[in-house]
Write a protein that binds this ligand. Structure first.
Ligand SMILES: *[C@@H]1O[C@H](CO)[C@@H](O)[C@H](O)[C@H]1NC(C)=O
Ligand SMILES: *[C@@H]1O[C@H](CO)[C@@H](O)[C@H](O)[C@H]1NC(C)=O
Ligand SMILES: *[C@@H]1O[C@H](CO)[C@@H](O)[C@H](O)[C@H]1NC(C)=O
Ligand SMILES: *[C@@H]1O[C@H](CO)[C@@H](O)[C@H](O)[C@H]1NC(C)=O
Ligand SMILES: *[C@@H]1O[C@H](CO)[C@@H](O)[C@H](O)[C@H]1NC(C)=O
Ligand SMILES: *[C@@H]1O[C@H](CO)[C@@H](O)[C@H](O)[C@H]1NC(C)=O
Ligand SMILES: *[C@@H]1O[C@H](CO)[C@@H](O)[C@H](O)[C@H]1NC(C)=O
Ligand SMILES: *[C@@H]1O[C@H](CO)[C@@H](O)[C@H](O)[C@H]1NC(C)=O
Ligand SMILES: *[C@@H]1O[C@H](CO)[C@@H](O)[C@H](O)[C@H]1NC(C)=O
Ligand SMILES: *[C@@H]1O[C@H](CO)[C@@H](O)[C@H](O)[C@H]1NC(C)=O
Ligand SMILES: *[C@@H]1O[C@H](CO)[C@@H](O)[C@H](O)[C@H]1NC(C)=O
Ligand SMILES: *[C@@H]1O[C@H](CO)[C@@H](O)[C@H](O)[C@H]1NC(C)=O
Length: 720
C-alpha cells in the first residue's frame, strides 16, 4: 500500500481539486486490483533469498509488487487472470553474476514459460520442483556450477522445447523419464560429468532435433534406436567413453541427420555406411579405435567436413571421397591407409572465391598420387610421414611434406572512410560499416554470440549466408549487422562478436521497444532453425552508453473489459469517501515540495498544449543529438548547453538543454514557453518546441545556419 500511496503523492503534486482526487482514487483501486499472485510473489522472495547477488542487480526485488514495479528480470503476463491476479511469465536473469542456489520455490511459478539463469555462478542442485512447472518452454541453466544429478521430475515438462544445462558440473545419469519430454527439440547437456548409458528410450522423442552430450562421462553402448529419431539433425557426443561400443549400423538410417560427431569416444569396429543420409554435412569420427576401410559408397554431396583421423583404418582412399563440391576439411591423418591418392579429391572442384579445402593425410602409408599434382590456390595438402615423401621417383611432392599448415581465415570488414571527428568518439557511436549511405553514424547493440555446433569448419564461404540468416531471423536489413570478429573455440564452436545498427531512415539509435524486440528474439530462441549453423548461444547482450538505462521489463499491461468495469464501479463508489482526505494531503504536500528542484523531482509533469509549439519526447531529442554527444554541441551558456540536432523528419534544430542548477519550477518553465511562442521577432530564431520529460527542460529552436550561439541564448535573456 505504501507504494500506491507514494504514487498518489507524486501524481498529486501538481494537481488539486475534486476531479484529480477522483482520478487518484480510481487509480488506487486499479493498482490494488492488479497485483501478482501472492504465492508467486512469496516464491520470488524465496528465490532471491537463496541467491547471492554480488552486483546487487536484484535490488528492486523488495519494492512494491513484482509484476507492477518492473522487478529486474521478472516479466509477467499482460492480462489479469480470472483469479484476479497477474502471473509471472518469464524469469530472465542472464549473466548477472548471481551465485548461491536455486530455490525449490521456483516450482510455484506455475505459469512460467521461460526460466533463464544462463551464465551465472550458481551452485547446488537443480530443484526437482521445476518439474512441476508444466507450462515451461525454455529451461536455461547453462554456464553455471550446478552439481548433483538431473531430477527425474524434469520429465514431466511436457511443453518443454529446450533444456540447456550445458557447462555445469552435473553428475548422475540421463533420466529415462526424459523420454516423456514429448515436445522437446533441444537437449544440450554438454560439458558436465554425466555418466551411465544414453537411455534407448530417448528414441521416442519425435521432435528432438539437437542432442548434444559431448564432454561428459557417458559409457556403455551407443543405442542403435537413436536412428529412429525422425527429426534429429545433430548428434554430438565427443569426449565420452563408450568403451567397446561400435557405431551401430542403423546410424546409416538417420533421415534428417546433418552432423554426426563422435570424436574421442573410445569406439571400435568399422565406419558404418552413411551414404544414405541425404543431407549429411559434417562427420567427425576421429580419435577412436575404428578399424577396417573407408566405406565405398559416396557421402552426401553437401558434406563439408570429413574427419576420420587418429584411428586404425586401413585400405585405400576410394572414389567415395572424391568430387565432393563443398568439402572444406578432409582429415585422414594417423591411420594405416595405403595405396595411391586420387587427385580427384581436389580436381574438378567448382570453388567459390571464398572456398578452401584442407587435406591432411599425414602419417599413413600412401605411396603414390594418381592424376594432376597441380593444386588450385585454395587447397592445402599435407603428406608428411608417408612413403611418398621419401620416394625419389615422385617429383614436386616435397612442398607438401613439410609442416606448413596453410593460412588462417580472416574477415575482410569493409573499411569505413569517413571523417573521424563527425562521429562521437566516445566508443558508443560509430560509422555503420555496410551502410548504403556513406558515413552514417549510429550506436550499435553489442552482442556476444556463439554457434554451438556449426556444420562447417571454414567460415568465410558461409559469412554471407549467415548474415542473411541472422538478419532475417531478427527482421533487420542486411547492412544493420556487422560481424565485428570471430574465433574458433574448442568443440569446435564459433564465437562471434556482433554489432547491430539502427536503420538509416530512423535515427542514430534503436528506440527502446526495438532493443526489447531484438533481445526478446535472441532470448526466446524464436528463430527458424538452420541446418548448417546449428544451435546458437547468447553469451551477452550488454547495454552500453546510450542504451545503458534501458529497462527490459517495461511492458504495457492490459486489463480485461469485465474486470475494468468492476473496477470503475468500485472506484466511483469509493471515490467520494477518499476525495476529501486525498485533496487535503495533496495540498499539504504540494506546499512542501515547491522547493529544491532537481531532475528527479521534475519527473512528473502536466501535459500542456500551446499553439505552434510541439512537446517533444526526451528520446526524440536524445536521438537527434546522438544522445547529447559532445560532437553535436554547438555552444554553452550559463543556462546550459546548446546542441545541433537532426529530427527524424530531417529538420535541423538547435536544442537548449538546461543544466541541473538552471532548472526552473515547472510552472515557470511553461510560462516561459508560452511567452517565447508569441515572440516572432525577425531578429530572433523561432521556438519550435520544448521537452519537459524525464526531469529535463529543453527548448527546441529553428536552426539558423549562420546564427550564432547568442541568437539562441539571447532568447532566454529576454524572458528571464
Ligand atoms: C515500469 O516501467 C514503465 C515503462 O518504463 C514505467 O512507465 C512505469 O512507471 C514503471 N513502473 C514503476 C513502478 O517503476
Ligand atoms: C561478473 O561476471 C563477469 C563475466 O560473467 C566477470 O567478468 C566479472 O568479473 C564479474 N564481476 C564480479 C564482480 O564478479
Ligand atoms: C509438485 O511437486 C510435488 C513434489 O514433486 C508433487 O507432490 C505435487 O503434486 C506437484 N504439484 C503439481 C501441481 O504438479
Ligand atoms: C565439479 O565437481 C567436482 C567434484 O564434485 C570438483 O572437484 C570440480 O572442481 C568441480 N568443477 C567445477 C568446474 O566446479
Ligand atoms: C512417462 O509418463 C507416463 C505417464 O504419463 C509414466 O507412466 C511413465 O512412467 C513415464 N515414463 C518415464 C520413462 O518416466
Ligand atoms: C567443454 O569441455 C572440453 C573438455 O573438457 C573443453 O575443452 C571445452 O573447452 C569445453 N567447452 C566449453 C564451451 O566449455
Ligand atoms: C566416469 O565414470 C566412471 C565409471 O564409468 C567413474 O569411475 C568415474 O569416476 C567417472 N568420472 C567422473 C569424472 O565422473
Ligand atoms: C574408458 O572406460 C574403460 C572401461 O571403463 C576404462 O578402462 C578406460 O580407462 C576408460 N578410458 C578413458 C580414457 O577414460
Ligand atoms: C535401415 O532401414 C531400412 C528400411 O528403411 C531397413 O530395411 C534396414 O534394416 C535398416 N537398417 C538397419 C541397419 O537398421
Ligand atoms: C543438400 O543435398 C541435397 C541433395 O543432394 C540437395 O537437395 C540440397 O539442396 C542440398 N542442400 C544444400 C544446402 O546444398
Ligand atoms: C579459389 O579458387 C578459385 C578458382 O580456382 C579462384 O578463382 C579463387 O581466387 C581462389 N581463392 C583463393 C582465396 O585462392
Ligand atoms: C560479450 O561477448 C563478446 C564476444 O564473446 C566479448 O568480446 C565481450 O567481451 C563480451 N562482453 C561482456 C561485457 O562480457
Amino acid at each position: 500500500m505504501n507504494v500506491v500511496f507514494e504514487g498518489i503523492m507524486m501524481f498529486g503534486l501538481r494537481a488539486s481539486g475534486f476531479v484529480y482526487a477522483l482520478l487518484f482514487s480510481y487509480l488506487v483501486l486499479l493498482a490494488a486490483a492488479q497485483t501478482t499472485d501472492p504465492q508467486e510473489a512469496s516464491a520470488l522472495q524465496a528465490i532471491k533469498n537463496s541467491l547471492v547477488d554480488s552486483m546487487n542487480h536484484l535490488r528492486n526485488w523488495n519494492k512494491g509488487d513484482p509484476c507492477m514495479s518492473n522487478w529486474t528480470g521478472v516479466l509477467c503476463f499482460d492480462t489479469v487472470e480470472t483469479d484476479g491476479h497477474l502471473h509471472v511469465r518469464e524469469l530472465q536473469l542472464l549473466s548477472m553474476n548471481l551465485s548461491g542456489n536455486l530455490a525449490p520455490e521456483l516450482g510455484q511459478l506455475s505459469r512460467l514459460k521461460i526460466l533463464d539463469f544462463m551464465w551465472n555462478d550458481l551452485t547446488g542442485t537443480i530443484p526437482k520442483e521445476i518439474g512441476n512447472i508444466s507450462s515451461l518452454i525454455l529451461l536455461l541453466l547453462n554456464g553455471n556450477k550446478l552439481s548433483g544429478s538431473l531430477p527425474d521430475d524434469l520429465g514431466y515438462l511436457s511443453n518443454l522445447n529446450r533444456l540447456q544445462v550445458d557447462e555445469n558440473n552435473i553428475t548422475g545419469t540421463i533420466p529415462k523419464s526424459f523420454a516423456n519430454l514429448s515436445r522437446v527439440r533441444h537437449l544440450h547437456l554438454n560439458n558436465n560429468s554425466i555418466g551411465g548409458q544414453i537411455p534407448s528410450e530417448l528414441s521416442k522423442l519425435s521432435t528432438l532435433i539437437h542432442l548434444l552430450v559431448d564432454n561428459n562421462n557417458l559409457s556403455g553402448n551407443l543405442p542403435p534406436e537413436l536412428s529412429e529419431l525422425p527429426q534429429l539433425r545433430i548428434l554430438q557426443l565427443d569426449n565420452n567413453n563408450f568403451s567397446a561400443s561400435e557405431i551401430p549400423a542403423t546410424y546409416g538410417n538417420f533421415s534428417k541427420l546433418v552432423k554426426l560427431s563422435l570424436r574421442n569416444c573410445n569406439l571400435q569396429g568399422a565406419v558404418p555406411d552413411l551414404s544414405r543420409i541425404p543431407n549429411l554435412y559434417y562427420l567427425d569420427l576421429s580419435w577412436n579405435h575404428l578399424t577396417g576401410s573407408i566405406p565405398s559408397k559416396k557421402l552426401s554431396e553437401n558434406v563439408t567436413t570429413i574427419d576420420l583421423s587418429d584411428n586404425y583404418l586401413n585400405g585405400s582412399i576410394l572414389e567415395s571421397i572424391s568430387n565432393l563440391p563443398f568439402l572444406q576439411t578432409l582429415s585422414l591423418e594417423n591411420n594405416f591407409l595405403t595405396g595411391s591418392i586420387p587427385a580427384t579429391i581436389w580436381q574438378n572442384k567448382s570453388f567459390s572465391t571464398k572456398a578452401r579445402l584442407k587435406i591432411d593425410l599425414r602419417n599413413n602409408s600412401f605411396s603414390n598420387i594418381v592424376g594432376d599434382l597441380t593444386l588450385p590456390n585454395n587447397v592445402t595438402l599435407r603428406l608428411g610421414g608417408n612413403p611418398i615423401c621419401t620416394s625419389a621417383n615422385i617429383p614436386n611432392t616435397g612442398r607438401f611434406c613439410g609442416s606448413d599448415a596453410g593460412g588462417d581465415e580472416t574477415l575482410t570488414n569493409s573499411k569505413v572512410n569517413c571523417p573521424v571527428q563527425a562521429c562521437p568518439v566516445d566508443n558508443f557511436f560509430e560509422y555503420v560499416p555496410a551502410s548504403p549511405e556513406p558515413c552514417f553514424c549510429a550506436a550499435p547493440l553489442r552482442i556476444g554470440y556463439r554457434l554451438k555446433s556449426p556444420s562447417f569448419t571454414y567460415f568465410p564461404p558461409y559469412v554471407y549466408p549467415f548474415e542473411e540468416y541472422l538478419t532475417n531471423a531478427l527482421n533487420l536489413e542486411l547492412y544493420q549487422l556487422s560481424i565485428d570478429s570471430f574465433a574458433w573455440e574448442k568443440g569446435p564452436r564459433l564465437r562471434m562478436y556482433l554489432k547491430l545498427f539502427p536503420t538509416l531512415n530512423h535515427s542514430s539509435m534503436f528506440d527502446d521497444s526495438e532493443v526489447r524486440r531484438i533481445r526478446d528474439r535472441f532470448t526466446s530462441w524464436n528463430f527458424s532453425g538452420s541446418d548448417i549453423f546449428g544451435p546458437y548461444e547468447l553469451l551477452n547482450f550488454t547495454l552500453l552508453g546510450p542504451y545503458s538505462n534501458l529497462n527490459f521489463n517495461s511492458q504495457s499491461k492490459g486489463i480485461s473489459g469485465g474486470i475494468l468495469a468492476a473496477i470503475v464501479v468500485g472506484a466511483v463508489a469509493s471515490a467520494v469517501a477518499i476525495t476529501a482526505a486525498v485533496t487535503l494531503l495533496v495540498m499539504r504536500r504540494h506546499a512542501r515540495y515547491q522547493h529544491s528542484l532537481s531532475r528527479k523531482r521534475l519527473s512528473t509533469k502536466i501535459s500542456m498544449k500551446i499553439d505552434g509549439v510541439k512537446g517533444f519526447k526526451f528520446k526524440e531529442l536524445a536521438m537527434a543529438t546522438a544522445y547529447f554527444s559532445s560532437s553535436t554541441q554547438v555552444g554553452q551558456g550559463g543556462y546550459g548547453k546548446v546542441y545541433k540536432g537532426i529530427l527524424s523528419d530531417n529538420t535541423t534544430v538547435a536544442i537548449k538543454r538546461a543544466e541541473e542548477g538552471s532548472l526552473q519550477g515547472q510552472n515557470e518553465f511553461l510560462t516561459e514557453i508560452k511567452l517565447l511562442s508569441r515572440l516572432h521577432h525577425r531578429n530572433l530564431v523561432s521556438l519550435l518546441g520544448y521537452c519537459d520529460e524525464e526531469g529535463e527542460q529543453m527548448l527546441v529552436y529553428e536552426f539558423v545556419p549562420n546564427g550564432t550561439l547568442r541568437d539562441w541564448l539571447s532568447v532566454t535573456m529576454i524572458c528571464r
